[in-house]
Design a protein around this ligand. Structure first.
Ligand code: ADP
Ligand code: MG
Length: 584
């Protein structure tokens, strides 16, 4: 995903406007407050001229002083309010982007996630969105208010003395040309800095996800170098961006100094010839001084936008990843719902266009109710069968049906609500044990929960844990053993009362006693549900109503244990060697 060349040309500002639109009125209010702040500032030189005039003609200056003080107070108050409103609005823009991205993330197709670095995706949601804050306030509002203030100031200057205005504009134009050369460099460096943050997130995710392996392999130093390299790359690029930003800011500053000196020289000459009076020169000089802020605002807006555009482009890339359609949560099957029938017809599938086929025309049919075991060497494509049933991926050709209906015609949430899936390496999510069990059925009642805990033999674990079901498990909680995790996963799936239960080597890590108990539970479930089980133990396989033997992406044979041992050499070999014959 860090390969980004194709996305550069599409307009990132359109994405930004999408996030800003809901807050346009608040943003406008903030901008108006900023403008009023500027306007109160703009009146000051005029009052200064009055004041000097009053002094020259021996008039009292109390009125002018009072007006000046009032303006300064108004200026400060409006400025403070304006910056609060703007900052608040900008935070809302960030919030909107984060919400949109989070929602999108949850809908991403598994195939899309397979090909991205989760850490980099996380960086896009957390760190890149943060940059939208500055883009909104500094760029969008800065450009608007700075631009307007600039125009207003120039108009006022023209009214005061057109000749001096011409001098000033010439200097500004020269500076603008230089700035045009600097600004694209800021964009490039910012983009690379943000990408480096993404790379760092990806490395962190990789390391923290396998910290035990990293330590056991003595690979800390090598991994440290990877992390440091990414951090340093971000530093290098940010420093480059800072260098060009500083150059841009100071070019603008220098231009103002030059303008100031030039105006002083030309204006002095004009005062000497009597073309203008001293008050006019002072007023004009004050305007040159006031020009500084809007010019810097506009330059800042443009340079800031370069940083923000880099972040926006990265966000845009994440939003281009293929996602599943939005669907409303579907109800779980009601008690006594019919078991589901599943059929594969000539299914061809590969995980990506540049990867070899994993299924070369898989065909089998599983009637509603009963237990079907899938066996075959590792890599045969058994887990892939389950992934396709869940529609984590779609087959390239062929048809998969549930209850005789093409999976593609099912509403995704409905399809998944019918299925209980225990993955091969079922994870435990951080949170309480209860949260983990209720993940697939948050509304399950206490009785159902207690029953499932008992049938999956988790009651012993619950009794042992300090806070029972409310004990935290996962990252910051009690670590569960492989066998305990598997039982949690089975309980989680059973609680949904699925019409189709998929068990992928779900009891591989259980001890003999627990395994035998779970086998009985599954046999019981199979009386009212369709159970597909990727089996690794002869005891499970012999219990199945039918066995599907898979090898290298094809179904070799379907039958009962007795039939297959005599008829299929691969099955006979698996039965003799690979199935762990414990409990038999
Ligand atoms: P089994 O469960 O029978 O051991 P799998 O269905 O898990 O086999 O995998 C079949 C083949 O597909 C294997 O060669 C595996 O490397 C490949 N594979 C599995 N998952 C992915 C994935 N997400 N992306 C790419 N290839 C995959
Ligand atoms: Mg597998």
């Amino acid at each position: 995903m860090s390969n980004v060349s194709t996305q550069e040309e599409s307009p990132t500002w359109r994405l930004l406007l999408g996030y800003v639109r809901p807050h346009r009125w608040a943003l406008l209010a903030g901008a108006v407050l900023s403008l009023l702040t500027g306007a109160t500032g703009l009146l000051l030189p005029l009052i200064a001229r009055e004041l000097i005039d009053d002094l020259a003609h021996d008039r009292t200056i109390t009125g002018a002083l009072l007006a000046m003080s009032g303006l300064v107070v108004a200026n400060t108050a409006l400025g403070a309010l304006g910056s609060y409103v703007l900052r608040r609005t900008a935070e809302s823009v960030v919030l909107g982007a984060r919400r949109a991205l989070s929602s999108y993330l949850l809908r991403l197709r598994i195939a899309a996630v397979d090909r991205t670095e989760p850490g980099d995706l996380m960086a896009r949601i957390t760190s890149d969105t943060t940059l939208l804050r500055e883009v909104t306030t500094d760029s969008l509002v800065g450009l608007g208010t700075g631009g307007l203030t600039l125009v207003a100031t120039v108009v006022m200057m023209g009214l005061v003395d057109p000749v001096l205005l011409g001098v000033t504009l010439a200097v500004i134009l020269a500076a603008g040309t230089v700035l045009g050369l600097i600004v694209p460099r800021i964009n490039r460096a910012s983009r690379q800095a943000q990408n480096a943050v993404g790379v760092m997130g990806a490395s962190l995710e990789r390391i923290l996800g396998a910290l035990r392996t990293v330590k056991a392999s003595g690979a800390e130093h090598r991994e440290e170098r990877t992390l440091h390299a990414a951090a340093e790359e971000s530093w290098r690029q940010s420093v480059r961006a800072a260098k060009w930003s500083a150059a841009a800011g100071n070019t603008a500053g220098l231009a103002m100094q030059i303008a100031f000196i030039t105006v002083l020289a030309v204006g002095g000459a004009r005062v000497a010839t009597g073309a203008i009076d001293v008050g006019t020169l002072v007023a004009f000089l004050l305007y040159v001084f006031y020009l500084m802020s809007p010019i810097q605002q506009v330059v800042g807006a443009v340079t800031q936008y370069q940083t923000g555009a880099a972040a926006l482009a990265r966000i845009q890339e994440a939003l281009r990843l293929p996602a599943e359609p939005v669907s409303r949560p579907a109800p779980l099957p009601s008690p006594g719902a019919e078991p589901a029938a599943v059929a594969f017809t000539d299914v061809r599938f590969r995980y990506a266009d540049d990867l070899p086929y994993v299924h070369h025309g898989v065909t089998f049919a599983v009637p509603a109710q009963g237990m079907t075991a899938f066996v075959g060497p590792s890599g045969a494509g058994k887990t892939t069968v389950f992934s396709l049933i869940e529609r984590f991926y779609d087959p390239e050709s062929g048809v998969i049906t549930l209850d005789g209906r093409d999976l593609a015609d099912w509403e995704l949430a409905h399809l998944r609500s019918a299925i209980g899936y225990v993955e091969q390496d079922a994870p435990v999510l951080s949170g309480s044990l209860r949260d983990n069990l209720l993940l697939g059925h948050p509304d399950a009642d206490q009785d159902a929960l207690a029953r499932v805990v008992k049938t999956t033999r988790l009651d012993g674990l619950v009794a042992k844990l300090p806070h029972g079901l409310d004990t935290l498990v996962g990252h910051r909680g009690t670590k569960l053993s492989g066998g305990e995790r598997q039982r949690v996963a089975i309980a989680r799936a059973l609680l949904r009362r699925p019409r189709l239960l998929l068990l992928d080597e779900a009891t591989s890590q259980l001890d003999a006693v627990n395994e035998a108990a779970l086998r009985d539970t599954v046999a019981d479930v199979a009386r009212t549900t369709t159970v597909l089980v990727v089996a690794h133990r002869l005891s499970t396989v012999t219990m199945a109503d039918r066995i599907v033997v898979m090898d290298a992406g094809r179904v070799r044979a379907v039958g009962t244990h007795r039939e297959l041992v005599g008829a299929d050499p691969l099955y006979a070999e698996l039965a003799a060697t690979q199935f762990l014959a414990t409990n038999d």
